[in-house]
Design a protein around this ligand. Structure first.
Ligand code: FES
Length: 167
C-alpha cells in the first residue's frame, strides 16, 4: 500500500528489496507468487530484485504500462529554470526534448527523484511561474495540479522561464 492504511496488514511504502524480504520471511518463498503492474523500468528493477532473492521466473507475473506516442510532448521549449530545492536556490537551462528532471540531473542539480516514470511522486515540486506539459502522471490529484504541483520527471517546459520549489 502506498499511503492509505492497510486493511490486511499489507506492507506500506515503496517496494524495495527489504520489503520483498519481509513478505518472503512472513509467508515463505515457495508460497508466494508476485504480480507486478507498472512501467517497464520499474517492473524490470523488481524482477531483478526478486531473482536476486531467489524467486524463480515462473512465480513472477507482470503487466506493463506503456507510454504511447500520444502521451509524449511534441513541443518543447528551452527554458531557464529557477529551482529551490530544500531551501537552496539553483538555476539551469533545460535541453530540448528533455524533462526538467533530466536537464537538471545532467547539470548536477540535486533535484529529488526516484522512479522517473511518473509513479512514485518523489520528484513532485510546486511550479510557481511558467508552464509545463506532463507526459504522464499516476500520482498527482486534480487538486495538486490546480495548486501548481508538477512531476519534474514528466515535465517538458512550455515557457521560457519556470520557477519550481519543493518545500
Ligand atoms: S521520480 Fe517518480 S514520479 Fe517522478
Amino acid at each position: 500500500m502506498s499511503e492509505e492504511e492497510s486493511p490486511r496488514k499489507a506492507v506500506k511504502g515503496y517496494i524495495t528489496r527489504i520489503s520483498i524480504e519481509e513478505v518472503l520471511n512472513k509467508y515463505g518463498k515457495n508460497k508466494v507468487d508476485f504480480y507486478l503492474c507498472g512501467p517497464e523500468i520499474m517492473t524490470n528493477k523488481l524482477i531483478e530484485d526478486l531473482q536476486y532473492l531467489g524467486i524463480s521466473k515462473e512465480k513472477i507475473h507482470r503487466a506493463l504500462f506503456l507510454i504511447t506516442a500520444q502521451n509524449q510532448a511534441n513541443t518543447s521549449q528551452k527554458a531557464q529554470v529557477h529551482a529551490k530545492v530544500f531551501g537552496k536556490s539553483y538555476q539551469f537551462e533545460t535541453q530540448e526534448g528533455k524533462t526538467i528532471l533530466q536537464s537538471g540531473l545532467d547539470q548536477n542539480i540535486p533535484l529529488p527523484f526516484s522512479c522517473q516514470s511518473g509513479l512514485c511522486g518523489m520528484c513532485k515540486m510546486k511550479c510557481t511561474e511558467g508552464k509545463v506539459m506532463m507526459k504522464s502522471n499516476q500520482v498527482l490529484t486534480e487538486m495538486d495540479i490546480k495548486e501548481g504541483y508538477i512531476l519534474t520527471c514528466q515535465s517538458i517546459p512550455q515557457s521560457k522561464s519556470i520557477t519550481i520549489k519543493n518545500l
